[in-house]
Design a protein around this ligand. Structure first.
Ligand code: SF4
Length: 474
């Protein structure tokens, strides 16, 4: 059984895409570690990179080439200053050299040494191969970015029956919703309690709290940045940032100095009924505008869908419960992470495998379940909330215009957030005994739908809006 921590589902990184930016970035880092472990790193004379399938088809718009360059340069996505990114890329391009892992200079021509192949590799739509020239011999390693920043190497995927083998050491291992409910009953704990017990088996409670605070602070900072940055997004579509104006109208004349003060200010502001949806949408748009401009976000469970969870959590903090503190935030993130992991194990969180239902659909289910627990839902109702949210995203395709994570992606986060809130409310008024479609059924249905979905709707920019509206129209 795959052992997925909350910190695997919620990761700090750089936009615009977890599978096309964070994953390839991490793959480059993994390759460097592999070269070092085999004592080859010092001997490398030249490197080349091959992108396959979806990584190639939407790689330009998703900044896959930039992510690879940053990973090969030794920059860390969690910590590299966002302002340094352009400089690192510009230096590589102008010098035709790359400072490999920030340790040795190699010749590197971005146009020739990153090869975009339309071909799909058989195991997964997001394939990436790195080649190192050493003493006239080429050493090639292939990785797959399987969604949400997760990366697997080729040799692992061919273990038994083409299945990846995982070992789980959690005391309460969960693959299905039913198993999770069983542990909740056995331990008399809410879902967040069971998840916390699992996390505590791999790190101490102080580390759990420290990391969750770091994740929440990054989310808050991201919303703050998005709400206070105006102008157009990069990439050529000339999409105007909307969170800035929306936020200006909502916040009025209030003043504050930093993200925390901003949050407290909004909590003290009287929010009219018809402004609730606007606030939630504004938070979601803000995150995904930051994401689209290669800013720092929390992958939740992917970058394209990074706005849903923070905006629903903000809804709880600024609308539902003004007394809420870190313990509430912690519960929310623990539940959200666990629901995401159930989708990852039973279906996919990769749009290249399952379309947008795997991104916005999963993030909406994660947020719905998490909100439901905070609003007093039983574990059964939490799973009902997650199920409702996904049920109404089934079949959602991925067709980003120009391969950029902008249209429909940014708005889609606000829609996913609103559906999550509605799903949580519906679940609270539902007797789980009367539910016809349990969560495990919808996870399976999502996966079956993913397999049936035409490839052109799976993050290739070869169908749907991406074809109906081309760059010139914009
Ligand atoms: S359409 Fe959905 S899945 Fe596709 S890139 Fe946009 S947010 Fe991600």
């Amino acid at each position: 059984m795959e052992c997925i921590s909350v910190f695997d589902m919620l990761k700090i990184g750089i936009g615009p895409s977890s599978s096309h930016t964070l994953g390839p970035w991490r793959a480059a880092e993994r390759w460097i570690q592999e070269l070092k472990a085999k004592n080859r790193f010092e001997k490398v004379e030249k490197i080349t990179v091959d992108l396959y399938g979806s990584l190639s088809l939407t790689g330009k718009g998703h900044a896959t080439d930039y992510a690879v360059l940053l990973g090969l340069s030794g920059a860390d996505p969690e910590h590299v200053p966002v302002d340094n990114i352009d400089k690192i890329i510009a230096t590589i391009k102008s010098s035709n050299t790359l400072n490999f892992n920030n340790e040795k200079t190699l010749p590197f021509h971005t146009k020739e040494d990153i090869i975009f192949n339309r071909k799909f590799l058989p195991f997964h739509a997001n394939g990436i191969s790195f080649s190192a020239l050493i003493n006239g011999r080429n050493y090639k390693s292939t990785y797959y970015s399987i969604g949400g920043g997760f990366v697997v190497q080729e040799e692992r995927k061919v273990s038994k029956a083409n299945k990846i083998i995982f070992y789980c050491t959690f005391p309460y291992p969960v693959s299905y919703g039913e198993e999770l409910l069983k542990f909740c009953n056995q331990l008399s704990l809410p879902i967040s309690g069971v998840v916390l017990e699992n996390e505590k088996s791999i790190r101490d409670i102080d580390s759990v709290d420290f990391e969750l605070k770091r994740i929440w602070n990054t989310m808050l900072e991201c919303m703050y940045t998005g709400c206070h940055t105006e102008g157009n997004l990069p990439g050529g579509l000339n999409v105007r940032r909307r969170a800035f104006d929306m936020h200006k109208n909502l916040i009025g004349e209030h003043t504050y100095e930093n993200p925390q003060e901003w949050l407290e200010t909004i909590r003290k502001t009287e929010v009219k009924f018809r402004q609730i949806l606007k606030w939630v949408s504004c938070f979601a748009l803000a995150v995904n505008e930051v994401n689209a401009s290669l800013g720092r976000v929390v992958t939740a469970p992917t970058n394209g869908s990074a706005g849903v969870i923070p905006s629903v959590l903000m809804y709880y903090l600024v609308i539902e419960n003004h007394e809420a503190d870190f313990e509430h935030i912690k519960k929310f993130l623990l539940v959200a992470g666990e629901i995401g992991s159930i989708f990852k194990k039973g279906a996919t969180i990769s749009a290249a495998m399952g379309g947008c239902q795997a991104e916005i659909g999963v993030s909406s289910a994660m947020a719905a379940g998490a909100l439901c627990e905070l609003l007093g839902g039983t574990p059964e109702q939490v799973l009902v909330a997650a199920e409702i949210a996904m049920e109404h995203h089934l079949g959602l395709t991925c067709d980003p215009i120009g391969g950029l994570v902008q249209i429909p992606c940014i708005e889609r986060n606000s829609m996913g957030a609103i559906k999550a809130i509605n799903a949580a409310e519906l679940a609270l008024d539902t007797d789980p005994k009367n539910v016809k479609v349990p969560l495990d059924k919808v996870v399976n249905t999502m996966w079956e739908t993913a397999k049936d979905m035409n490839t052109k709707y799976k993050e290739t920019s070869e169908g749907g809006l991406a074809i109906g509206v081309n760059m010139a129209d914009c």
